[in-house]
Ligand binder design. Structure first.
Ligand code: SF4
Ligand code: SF4
Ligand code: SF4
Length: 208
């Protein structure tokens, strides 16, 4: 972070790269983050805005799951596949980091909703595995991201999904965030959140 509290362009590129590689959420989330780097957009008439999380500031306090006016929260976790170490034992997946690889499927999980999905890439139990987040189960509690940040490669992080966010004038999460990690950023006029994830019913529905 720069001293004035705004992200440098290089930092934005890093963040947007993480978003873009995270999962199918890439397109719109990337545009939202990239637009945040140009503050002149705030001065333009008709500018629209979106709330976003600066992953470098987040301290995984859990408020993203509980403070949002939506239930479940508009905040979801994603896993950057380019940054993920594809560990046999993922700290964001199972609670015991020393669990025998043969027993991972029955080991206690980090996610209370079992939303961190593990997939074998090679057919061997000790080979690389991918980890993705089931968006329909994730409530944005940050448990997996916290453990990945502390013990892993920091590939898991939280985003406010623009298609789910109600774009409140005052984001309740921003008001409660202890790390000032939630920011309002300008977005391009051509951005249309409806249908970005095949949800043409619009952002006010509760369905995922
Ligand atoms: S409220 Fe702030 S610090 Fe807490 S999980 Fe959300 S973004 Fe992170
Ligand atoms: S641990 Fe929390 S943030 Fe991570 S996938 Fe599960 S519900 Fe989502
Ligand atoms: S703006 Fe409203 S809907 Fe969006 S994340 Fe904040 S509280 Fe939730």
């Amino acid at each position: 972070m720069a001293d004035d509290g705004k992200l440098h362009r290089r930092e934005f590129l890093t963040v947007s790269g993480r978003i873009a590689a995270a999962c199918a959420l890439g397109g719109l989330a990337t545009r939202v983050l990239m637009k945040g780097g140009d503050n002149s957009d705030f001065d333009k008439p008709g500018t629209r805005y979106a709330w976003r999380i600066n992953p470098d500031n987040c301290v995984f306090c859990g408020q993203c799951a509980t403070a949002c006016v939506r239930r479940p929260s508009a905040v979801k976790c994603v896993n950057d596949q380019k940054k993920c170490s594809l560990c046999v034992v993922c700290y964001g997946h199972v609670k015991d980091q020393y669990v025998d690889s043969k027993k991972i499927n029955t080991a206690p999980k980090v996610c209370p909703n079992n939303a961190v999905l593990r997939k074998d890439l090679t057919g061997g139990i000790d080979g690389p595995h991918t980890y993705t987040i089931d968006q329909s189960r994730c409530v944005g509690c940050a448990e997996c991201a916290s453990r990945c940040s502390e013990h892993g490669s920091q590939s898991m992080f939280l985003i406010i999904r623009p298609d789910l966010c109600l774009n409140c004038n005052e984001c309740e999460i921003a008001k409660n965030c202890p790390a000032e990690a939630v920011e309002r950023v300008p977005i391009a006029p051509e951005d249309d959140f409806l249908g970005e994830y095949g949800m043409n019913h619009g952002p006010t529905q509760n369905g995922m």
